[in-house]
Design a protein around this ligand. Sequence first.
Ligand SMILES: C[S@@+](CC[C@H](N)C(=O)[O-])C[C@H]1O[C@@H](n2cnc3c(N)ncnc32)[C@H](O)[C@@H]1O
Length: 350
Amino acid sequence: MSSDAHSTGEDAEVLQIAQMATLFTPWSLRLAVTFRLPDLVAGGCTALGELAERSGTDPAALRRVVRHLTNLGLFRRIDDEHVELTGRGRVLCADHPSQTARFLDQNDAFARRTDQAIPGLLESVRTGAAAWESRFGRPFWTDLAADEEFSASFDAAMAVHAARFAPAIAEGYGWSGVRHVVDVGGGTGQVIAELLRRYPHLTGTLVDLPGTVERAAASPELAALAGRCAVVGQSFFEVLPDDGDVYLLSNIVHDWPDEDSVDILRRCAAAAGPGGRVLLAERVVADTGSEASRRFVSQRDMAMLLLMGAAERGLEEFGALGAAAGLRLVSTVSLIDGQGVFLLEYVPAA
Ligand SMILES: C[S@@+](CC[C@H](N)C(=O)[O-])C[C@H]1O[C@@H](n2cnc3c(N)ncnc32)[C@H](O)[C@@H]1O
Protein backbone atom coordinates (compact mmCIF):
# COMPACT_ATOMS: atom_id res chain seq x y z
CA MET A 1 0.00 0.00 0.00
CA SER A 2 1.40 3.45 -0.88
CA SER A 3 1.84 5.87 1.99
CA ASP A 4 -0.83 8.14 0.43
CA ALA A 5 -3.38 5.33 0.35
CA HIS A 6 -2.39 4.46 3.89
CA SER A 7 -2.89 8.00 5.18
CA THR A 8 -6.22 8.34 3.31
CA GLY A 9 -7.43 5.15 5.00
CA GLU A 10 -6.24 6.42 8.35
CA ASP A 11 -7.90 9.82 7.82
CA ALA A 12 -11.19 8.08 7.08
CA GLU A 13 -10.87 6.11 10.34
CA VAL A 14 -10.08 9.28 12.29
CA LEU A 15 -13.12 10.97 10.79
CA GLN A 16 -15.33 7.96 11.56
CA ILE A 17 -14.18 7.92 15.18
CA ALA A 18 -14.69 11.68 15.49
CA GLN A 19 -18.24 11.30 14.17
CA MET A 20 -18.96 8.39 16.51
CA ALA A 21 -17.49 10.24 19.49
CA THR A 22 -19.04 13.68 19.23
CA LEU A 23 -21.88 14.33 21.66
CA PHE A 24 -23.15 17.23 19.56
CA THR A 25 -25.01 14.95 17.17
CA PRO A 26 -27.08 13.06 19.78
CA TRP A 27 -27.68 16.33 21.60
CA SER A 28 -28.78 18.16 18.48
CA LEU A 29 -31.37 15.40 17.92
CA ARG A 30 -32.58 15.85 21.49
CA LEU A 31 -32.67 19.58 21.01
CA ALA A 32 -34.67 19.25 17.77
CA VAL A 33 -37.27 17.08 19.50
CA THR A 34 -37.38 19.13 22.71
CA PHE A 35 -38.06 22.33 20.75
CA ARG A 36 -40.48 20.39 18.45
CA LEU A 37 -38.58 21.50 15.33
CA PRO A 38 -39.58 18.48 13.17
CA ASP A 39 -43.27 18.89 14.13
CA LEU A 40 -43.20 22.61 13.41
CA VAL A 41 -41.51 22.18 10.02
CA ALA A 42 -43.84 19.27 9.13
CA GLY A 43 -46.74 21.57 9.99
CA GLY A 44 -45.58 24.13 7.40
CA CYS A 45 -43.36 26.36 9.52
CA THR A 46 -40.46 26.25 7.04
CA ALA A 47 -39.15 29.82 7.45
CA LEU A 48 -36.25 29.93 9.91
CA GLY A 49 -37.35 33.22 11.52
CA GLU A 50 -40.83 31.87 12.20
CA LEU A 51 -39.37 28.54 13.38
CA ALA A 52 -37.29 30.39 16.00
CA GLU A 53 -40.30 32.38 17.13
CA ARG A 54 -42.61 29.35 17.35
CA SER A 55 -40.00 27.20 19.12
CA GLY A 56 -38.98 29.95 21.56
CA THR A 57 -35.34 29.88 20.47
CA ASP A 58 -32.74 32.48 19.55
CA PRO A 59 -32.92 32.96 15.74
CA ALA A 60 -29.15 33.07 15.14
CA ALA A 61 -28.44 30.11 17.42
CA LEU A 62 -31.29 28.10 15.91
CA ARG A 63 -29.93 28.73 12.40
CA ARG A 64 -26.64 27.08 13.47
CA VAL A 65 -28.37 24.03 14.90
CA VAL A 66 -30.58 23.71 11.81
CA ARG A 67 -27.39 23.75 9.71
CA HIS A 68 -26.10 20.74 11.65
CA LEU A 69 -29.47 18.98 11.45
CA THR A 70 -29.46 19.63 7.70
CA ASN A 71 -25.96 18.15 7.48
CA LEU A 72 -27.33 15.11 9.29
CA GLY A 73 -30.05 14.73 6.66
CA LEU A 74 -33.00 15.65 8.89
CA PHE A 75 -33.84 18.86 7.04
CA ARG A 76 -33.33 19.82 3.40
CA ARG A 77 -32.33 23.39 2.55
CA ILE A 78 -34.82 25.13 0.26
CA ASP A 79 -33.02 28.51 0.28
CA ASP A 80 -31.14 30.66 2.82
CA GLU A 81 -34.32 31.26 4.82
CA HIS A 82 -36.25 28.02 4.46
CA VAL A 83 -35.90 24.30 5.16
CA GLU A 84 -38.17 21.31 4.70
CA LEU A 85 -38.34 18.02 6.57
CA THR A 86 -36.81 14.87 5.05
CA GLY A 87 -38.03 11.29 5.53
CA ARG A 88 -35.31 10.87 8.15
CA GLY A 89 -36.46 14.01 9.95
CA ARG A 90 -40.06 12.69 9.97
CA VAL A 91 -38.91 9.93 12.33
CA LEU A 92 -38.51 12.63 15.00
CA CYS A 93 -42.10 13.91 14.73
CA ALA A 94 -44.22 13.24 17.81
CA ASP A 95 -46.78 11.24 15.80
CA HIS A 96 -44.25 8.94 14.09
CA PRO A 97 -45.25 5.30 14.73
CA SER A 98 -41.78 4.49 16.12
CA GLN A 99 -42.31 7.07 18.91
CA THR A 100 -38.56 7.78 18.74
CA ALA A 101 -39.07 11.37 19.88
CA ARG A 102 -40.37 10.24 23.27
CA PHE A 103 -36.96 8.75 24.12
CA LEU A 104 -35.10 11.99 23.27
CA ASP A 105 -37.44 14.69 24.56
CA GLN A 106 -35.79 16.48 27.48
CA ASN A 107 -39.25 17.50 28.74
CA ASP A 108 -39.95 13.80 29.34
CA ALA A 109 -38.82 12.62 32.78
CA PHE A 110 -37.70 9.13 31.67
CA ALA A 111 -35.70 10.40 28.66
CA ARG A 112 -34.15 13.24 30.67
CA ARG A 113 -33.15 11.12 33.64
CA THR A 114 -31.68 8.24 31.63
CA ASP A 115 -29.66 10.75 29.57
CA GLN A 116 -28.39 12.34 32.78
CA ALA A 117 -27.31 8.90 34.01
CA ILE A 118 -25.04 8.16 31.03
CA PRO A 119 -21.76 9.57 32.45
CA GLY A 120 -22.23 7.06 35.30
CA LEU A 121 -21.12 4.36 32.86
CA LEU A 122 -17.54 5.12 33.91
CA GLU A 123 -18.44 4.14 37.46
CA SER A 124 -20.48 1.10 36.36
CA VAL A 125 -17.63 -0.29 34.34
CA ARG A 126 -15.24 0.25 37.26
CA THR A 127 -17.56 -1.41 39.80
CA GLY A 128 -19.65 -3.78 37.65
CA ALA A 129 -22.76 -2.37 39.35
CA ALA A 130 -25.52 0.16 38.61
CA ALA A 131 -24.54 3.83 38.87
CA TRP A 132 -28.11 5.10 39.30
CA GLU A 133 -27.97 5.27 43.10
CA SER A 134 -24.78 7.31 43.28
CA ARG A 135 -26.14 9.76 40.69
CA PHE A 136 -29.70 10.10 41.97
CA GLY A 137 -29.48 9.01 45.60
CA ARG A 138 -31.57 5.81 45.40
CA PRO A 139 -31.70 2.66 43.24
CA PHE A 140 -33.59 2.86 39.92
CA TRP A 141 -36.79 1.07 41.01
CA THR A 142 -36.98 2.97 44.32
CA ASP A 143 -36.42 6.24 42.48
CA LEU A 144 -39.11 5.34 39.97
CA ALA A 145 -41.67 4.40 42.62
CA ALA A 146 -41.03 7.64 44.54
CA ASP A 147 -41.51 9.99 41.58
CA GLU A 148 -44.92 10.07 39.95
CA GLU A 149 -43.89 12.00 36.84
CA PHE A 150 -40.93 9.67 36.29
CA SER A 151 -42.98 6.48 36.77
CA ALA A 152 -45.80 7.66 34.48
CA SER A 153 -43.29 8.52 31.76
CA PHE A 154 -41.46 5.18 32.28
CA ASP A 155 -44.76 3.28 31.89
CA ALA A 156 -45.53 5.24 28.72
CA ALA A 157 -42.06 4.49 27.32
CA MET A 158 -42.45 0.79 28.13
CA ALA A 159 -45.83 0.83 26.39
CA VAL A 160 -44.03 1.89 23.20
CA HIS A 161 -41.76 -1.18 23.42
CA ALA A 162 -44.75 -3.35 24.33
CA ALA A 163 -46.65 -2.20 21.25
CA ARG A 164 -43.79 -3.72 19.20
CA PHE A 165 -43.47 -6.85 21.35
CA ALA A 166 -47.20 -7.59 21.69
CA PRO A 167 -48.03 -8.70 18.11
CA ALA A 168 -44.75 -10.63 17.89
CA ILE A 169 -45.49 -12.51 21.13
CA ALA A 170 -49.08 -13.16 19.99
CA GLU A 171 -47.82 -14.64 16.70
CA GLY A 172 -44.71 -16.38 18.03
CA TYR A 173 -46.31 -18.97 20.33
CA GLY A 174 -49.04 -21.62 20.25
CA TRP A 175 -51.55 -19.68 22.34
CA SER A 176 -54.45 -21.82 21.16
CA GLY A 177 -53.22 -24.52 23.57
CA VAL A 178 -53.08 -22.14 26.57
CA ARG A 179 -55.94 -21.59 29.02
CA HIS A 180 -54.81 -18.77 31.35
CA VAL A 181 -51.74 -16.56 30.96
CA VAL A 182 -50.18 -14.59 33.81
CA ASP A 183 -48.24 -11.60 32.48
CA VAL A 184 -45.68 -11.02 35.23
CA GLY A 185 -44.43 -7.42 35.26
CA GLY A 186 -46.88 -6.80 32.43
CA GLY A 187 -46.69 -3.00 32.74
CA THR A 188 -49.84 -1.20 31.67
CA GLY A 189 -51.18 -4.27 29.90
CA GLN A 190 -50.48 -3.85 26.17
CA VAL A 191 -49.15 -7.39 25.72
CA ILE A 192 -51.86 -9.22 27.66
CA ALA A 193 -54.56 -7.09 26.02
CA GLU A 194 -53.23 -8.06 22.57
CA LEU A 195 -53.15 -11.77 23.52
CA LEU A 196 -56.69 -11.75 24.90
CA ARG A 197 -57.99 -9.76 21.95
CA ARG A 198 -56.52 -12.22 19.45
CA TYR A 199 -57.40 -15.42 21.33
CA PRO A 200 -60.99 -15.19 22.62
CA HIS A 201 -60.70 -18.50 24.55
CA LEU A 202 -57.80 -17.12 26.63
CA THR A 203 -58.10 -15.50 30.07
CA GLY A 204 -55.32 -13.72 31.88
CA THR A 205 -53.90 -11.99 34.94
CA LEU A 206 -51.79 -8.87 34.76
CA VAL A 207 -49.29 -8.59 37.63
CA ASP A 208 -47.25 -5.45 38.22
CA LEU A 209 -46.49 -2.94 40.97
CA PRO A 210 -49.60 -1.25 42.44
CA GLY A 211 -49.00 2.19 40.84
CA THR A 212 -48.55 0.66 37.40
CA VAL A 213 -51.60 -1.62 37.51
CA GLU A 214 -53.65 1.33 38.71
CA ARG A 215 -52.74 3.08 35.45
CA ALA A 216 -53.36 -0.17 33.54
CA ALA A 217 -56.81 -0.69 35.05
CA ALA A 218 -57.82 2.74 33.76
CA SER A 219 -56.84 1.89 30.18
CA PRO A 220 -59.60 1.35 27.60
CA GLU A 221 -57.74 -1.72 26.20
CA LEU A 222 -58.13 -3.65 29.46
CA ALA A 223 -61.63 -2.33 30.14
CA ALA A 224 -62.66 -3.66 26.70
CA LEU A 225 -61.73 -7.22 27.74
CA ALA A 226 -64.88 -7.45 29.78
CA GLY A 227 -63.74 -9.36 32.83
CA ARG A 228 -61.35 -11.76 31.05
CA CYS A 229 -58.28 -10.10 32.59
CA ALA A 230 -57.65 -9.91 36.35
CA VAL A 231 -55.33 -7.16 37.52
CA VAL A 232 -53.09 -7.75 40.56
CA GLY A 233 -50.91 -5.05 42.13
CA GLN A 234 -48.03 -6.81 43.89
CA SER A 235 -44.30 -7.44 43.59
CA PHE A 236 -43.06 -10.40 41.58
CA PHE A 237 -40.76 -11.06 44.54
CA GLU A 238 -43.89 -12.27 46.39
CA VAL A 239 -45.98 -15.42 45.88
CA LEU A 240 -47.60 -15.14 42.44
CA PRO A 241 -51.21 -16.03 41.50
CA ASP A 242 -51.21 -19.78 40.76
CA ASP A 243 -54.06 -20.02 38.24
CA GLY A 244 -51.94 -19.73 35.09
CA ASP A 245 -50.67 -22.44 32.79
CA VAL A 246 -48.28 -19.97 31.15
CA TYR A 247 -46.25 -17.31 32.99
CA LEU A 248 -45.03 -14.64 30.61
CA LEU A 249 -42.11 -12.34 31.46
CA SER A 250 -41.66 -9.80 28.69
CA ASN A 251 -38.65 -7.51 29.12
CA ILE A 252 -38.34 -8.40 32.80
CA VAL A 253 -35.34 -10.63 33.44
CA HIS A 254 -32.99 -8.19 31.68
CA ASP A 255 -33.84 -5.63 34.40
CA TRP A 256 -32.36 -7.77 37.18
CA PRO A 257 -28.99 -9.19 38.26
CA ASP A 258 -28.70 -13.01 38.20
CA GLU A 259 -29.73 -13.67 41.79
CA ASP A 260 -32.96 -11.64 41.50
CA SER A 261 -33.70 -13.10 38.06
CA VAL A 262 -33.46 -16.63 39.47
CA ASP A 263 -35.76 -15.59 42.32
CA ILE A 264 -38.39 -14.27 39.85
CA LEU A 265 -38.12 -17.37 37.65
CA ARG A 266 -38.38 -19.66 40.67
CA ARG A 267 -41.58 -17.91 41.77
CA CYS A 268 -43.03 -18.29 38.28
CA ALA A 269 -42.06 -21.98 38.23
CA ALA A 270 -43.67 -22.54 41.64
CA ALA A 271 -46.89 -20.83 40.56
CA ALA A 272 -46.97 -22.61 37.19
CA GLY A 273 -46.67 -26.05 38.80
CA PRO A 274 -45.59 -29.30 37.12
CA GLY A 275 -47.63 -28.84 33.92
CA GLY A 276 -46.97 -25.12 33.54
CA ARG A 277 -44.62 -23.14 31.30
CA VAL A 278 -42.59 -20.00 31.68
CA LEU A 279 -42.08 -17.79 28.64
CA LEU A 280 -39.52 -15.02 28.36
CA ALA A 281 -39.50 -12.36 25.64
CA GLU A 282 -35.99 -10.93 25.76
CA ARG A 283 -33.19 -9.56 23.64
CA VAL A 284 -30.51 -12.20 23.26
CA VAL A 285 -26.81 -11.37 23.02
CA ALA A 286 -25.35 -13.23 20.04
CA ASP A 287 -22.44 -12.99 17.64
CA THR A 288 -24.83 -13.68 14.77
CA GLY A 289 -27.64 -11.51 13.36
CA SER A 290 -27.42 -8.19 11.55
CA GLU A 291 -24.91 -5.55 12.63
CA ALA A 292 -27.81 -3.24 13.53
CA SER A 293 -29.35 -5.86 15.79
CA ARG A 294 -26.02 -6.70 17.47
CA ARG A 295 -25.34 -3.00 18.11
CA PHE A 296 -28.84 -2.51 19.45
CA VAL A 297 -28.46 -5.37 21.92
CA SER A 298 -24.94 -4.37 23.07
CA GLN A 299 -26.14 -0.83 23.65
CA ARG A 300 -29.19 -2.03 25.64
CA ASP A 301 -26.86 -4.28 27.63
CA MET A 302 -24.82 -1.25 28.76
CA ALA A 303 -28.04 0.55 29.67
CA MET A 304 -29.11 -2.39 31.87
CA LEU A 305 -25.74 -2.32 33.65
CA LEU A 306 -25.86 1.44 34.16
CA LEU A 307 -29.45 1.66 35.34
CA MET A 308 -29.98 -1.53 37.31
CA GLY A 309 -26.74 -3.51 37.51
CA ALA A 310 -28.52 -5.98 35.21
CA ALA A 311 -27.74 -7.40 31.75
CA GLU A 312 -28.92 -8.57 28.37
CA ARG A 313 -27.87 -12.22 28.18
CA GLY A 314 -26.87 -14.93 25.74
CA LEU A 315 -28.79 -18.19 25.28
CA GLU A 316 -26.40 -20.12 27.49
CA GLU A 317 -26.91 -17.63 30.30
CA PHE A 318 -30.68 -17.87 29.91
CA GLY A 319 -30.36 -21.67 30.10
CA ALA A 320 -28.29 -21.38 33.29
CA LEU A 321 -30.71 -18.93 34.95
CA GLY A 322 -33.58 -21.31 34.20
CA ALA A 323 -31.65 -24.31 35.52
CA ALA A 324 -30.93 -22.46 38.77
CA ALA A 325 -34.69 -21.87 39.10
CA GLY A 326 -35.63 -25.50 38.36
CA LEU A 327 -36.58 -24.85 34.73
CA ARG A 328 -35.37 -26.31 31.44
CA LEU A 329 -35.13 -24.12 28.34
CA VAL A 330 -36.91 -26.11 25.61
CA SER A 331 -37.40 -23.73 22.70
CA THR A 332 -36.30 -20.39 21.30
CA VAL A 333 -38.11 -18.49 18.57
CA SER A 334 -36.88 -15.28 16.95
CA LEU A 335 -39.55 -12.60 17.48
CA ILE A 336 -38.10 -9.28 16.28
CA ASP A 337 -35.10 -9.87 14.09
CA GLY A 338 -33.79 -6.29 13.87
CA GLN A 339 -33.68 -6.06 17.68
CA GLY A 340 -32.41 -9.55 18.53
CA VAL A 341 -35.62 -10.36 20.44
CA PHE A 342 -36.47 -14.02 21.12
CA LEU A 343 -39.23 -15.93 22.86
CA LEU A 344 -37.71 -18.47 25.26
CA GLU A 345 -39.88 -21.29 26.54
CA TYR A 346 -39.10 -23.15 29.79
CA VAL A 347 -40.72 -26.20 31.36
CA PRO A 348 -40.14 -27.61 34.86
CA ALA A 349 -36.80 -29.43 34.90
CA ALA A 350 -37.98 -32.46 36.84
C1 LIG B 1 -39.18 -3.09 31.26
S1 LIG B 1 -40.80 -3.02 31.90
C2 LIG B 1 -41.60 -4.28 30.96
C3 LIG B 1 -43.07 -4.11 30.89
C4 LIG B 1 -43.80 -5.11 29.96
N1 LIG B 1 -43.67 -6.48 30.42
C5 LIG B 1 -43.31 -4.97 28.55
O1 LIG B 1 -42.88 -5.95 27.93
O2 LIG B 1 -43.39 -3.86 28.02
C6 LIG B 1 -40.57 -3.72 33.49
C7 LIG B 1 -41.83 -3.84 34.30
O3 LIG B 1 -41.52 -4.47 35.56
C8 LIG B 1 -42.29 -3.86 36.54
N2 LIG B 1 -41.67 -4.13 37.86
C9 LIG B 1 -40.50 -3.65 38.35
N3 LIG B 1 -40.28 -4.15 39.58
C10 LIG B 1 -41.33 -4.96 39.86
C11 LIG B 1 -41.65 -5.78 40.98
N4 LIG B 1 -40.86 -5.87 42.03
N5 LIG B 1 -42.81 -6.49 40.92
C12 LIG B 1 -43.63 -6.42 39.83
N6 LIG B 1 -43.37 -5.66 38.75
C13 LIG B 1 -42.22 -4.95 38.77
C14 LIG B 1 -42.29 -2.41 36.16
O4 LIG B 1 -43.33 -1.71 36.80
C15 LIG B 1 -42.45 -2.51 34.65
O5 LIG B 1 -43.79 -2.51 34.28
